[in-house]
Design a protein around this ligand. Structure first.
Ligand SMILES: Nc1ncnc2c1ncn2[C@@H]1O[C@H](COP(=O)(O)OP(=O)(O)O)[C@@H](O)[C@H]1O
Ligand SMILES: [Mg+2]
Length: 423
């Protein structure tokens, strides 16, 4: 489980840390930097997929020219905070701590990114590797540009002094260790665990028209746009226990809504369609279903499907979803994340979501706020704002959010802290 992420000179953050829990909620006005946090998680996910820096940041295309991976928003020109030359992401997990520093291009070689610092630590085994740019290898004087030197640390089992290896700086070292012969098995295995944690993230950005398309049988992983919804739902319905759970959630929907599913196969294409049975027994195909219903179902399917991802990032969860359903979805996410170790992060503008969240989610809710007159933003846990516990009890967090109280409180405390620091 990821417990925090620190962003240094990444997009509009100078040095901010987001507390991450089983279910993490990120609020903030438009253009405060919420999606920039998502971009940081996407960067880590790109590492997990084994991509080079250029691919993670600029996108990757398959042999046929189809997009395999979308660029980070703003791509090479905007990933580093304006006016800075490098960014750092540091992530803490239950077992691991990982840090990467990426330096941008200089004028001579625009668009070129290099890893200039990287380290992986394990809570029990201490360090796995740390980079030592230039310092440890007097022979290899040019290593700053063409190599990144790693010092592999002694493992608990071996107690031998770390040796050094050189890796390419155009790709995170983490995914280069596999190729190295001089690395002990224990280190490789630990690195693979960290890679797995990064690889096992999903970024749902649901597109109703993609959810409406029939799917080929056997496609049981929900695509990031909601592709394969029919086959993912069919797989859930094939298991009577999970079908009951799904049906329970569906039953809570407003009348005239979905009561059951049917999955007819198109005889010519062999693809599976999604058909809803509504409360009045009328059948409606996915083509006729509302966007909100499809979005709601897709999130249900992601959480209740087999092999859920380790971490889901739902961008603007409230988009197109009625408050009643949103409350249901909150309840489902809180239960599923507490139960099976899946983590969910979401950005939202919906006050109702803040009103109904449980205490644990409240502890993991953060507000992103831009400091006046700059694009620079800060991230603070809402639970740490002054008097927030009382105000939450008396007025509800949703109302505080709506009135802009969080930003005001933040602004006040930040200025107050500054005044105190200066005295
Ligand atoms: N490299 C950068 N340096 C400083 N600010 C940036 C950089 N890239 C983006 N931004 C700021 O981030 C804002 C967008 O943040 P975003 O995460 O999309 O907002 P939202 O909270 O609405 O999701 C932009 O308006 C811009 O001011
Ligand atoms: Mg956004």
């Amino acid at each position: 489980m990821i417990t925090s992420i620190r962003l240094v000179n990444f997009k509009n953050f100078a040095d901010e840390t987001l507390r991450v829990g089983p279910f993490t909620v990120i609020v903030g006005t438009n253009a405060s930097g919420k999606s920039n946090i998502r971009d940081a998680f996407r960067f880590l996910h790109g590492i997990g997929r084994g991509y080079t820096l250029a691919e993670i940041i600029g996108g990757k295309y398959g042999a046929g020219g189809q997009s395999e991976w979308e660029p980070i928003r703003g791509a090479a020109d905007e990933i580093i905070r304006f006016g800075q030359s490098a960014f750092v992401l540091q992530i803490k997990m239950n077992d691991f701590e990982y840090l990467i520093e990426v330096s941008g291009s200089d004028e001579a070689s625009p668009g070129l990114f290099r890893v200039t610092r990287e380290e992986l630590k394990h809570r029990q085994w201490w360090r796995i590797y740390t980079s030592h740019p230039g310092r440890y290898d007097p022979v290899n004087a040019q290593n700053d540009d063409t190599h990144l030197l790693l010092r592999m640390d002694k493992t608990g089992a071996q107690r031998r002094l770390g040796h050094k290896i050189a890796v390419r700086p155009d790709q995170p070292a983490l995914t280069q260790l596999r190729e190295h012969r001089r690395i002990v098995k224990a280190h490789k295995e630990l690195a693979e665990q960290a890679i797995e944690a990064f690889a096992n993230m999903r970024f749902l950005d649901l597109v109703p028209d993609r959810m409406r398309q029939p799917a080929f049988p056997g496609q049981t992983v929900l695509g990031d746009g909601g592709e394969n919804l029919p086959t993912v739902l069919r797989e859930i319905c094939d298991d009577p226990k999970r079908k009951d759970i799904l049906a329970d959630w569906i039953r809570e929907l407003t009348p005239m809504d979905v009561r059951d599913f049917e999955f007819p196969t198109d005889p010519t294409s062999g693809r599976v369609q999604l058909v809803f049975k509504e409360a009045n027994n009328r059948r409606v195909s996915a083509y006729g279903a509302s966007d909100g219903t499809l979005r709601f179902l897709a999130m249900l399917a992601a959480l209740l499907g087999t092999n859920p991802a380790g971490l889901y990032f739902f961008e603007e969860i409230d988009n197109g979803i009625h408050p009643v359903r949103l409350n249901l979805l909150m309840d489902l996410i809180e239960r599923q994340t507490a139960k099976n170790g899946t983590q969910v992060l979401t950005t939202t503008h919906a006050p109702t979501l803040l009103t109904v969240m449980n205490d644990n989610t409240f502890e993991n809710t953060s507000v992103v706020c831009r400091l006046e007159d700059t694009s620079e933003a800060i991230i603070r846990p809402v639970a740490e704002l002054p008097n927030v516990q009382e105000l939450r009890r008396d007025q509800g967090l949703g109302r505080l959010h709506e009135s802009g109280w969080m930003e005001d409180a933040l602004f006040f405390t930040e200025n107050y802290d500054e005044a105190e620091d200066g005295s």
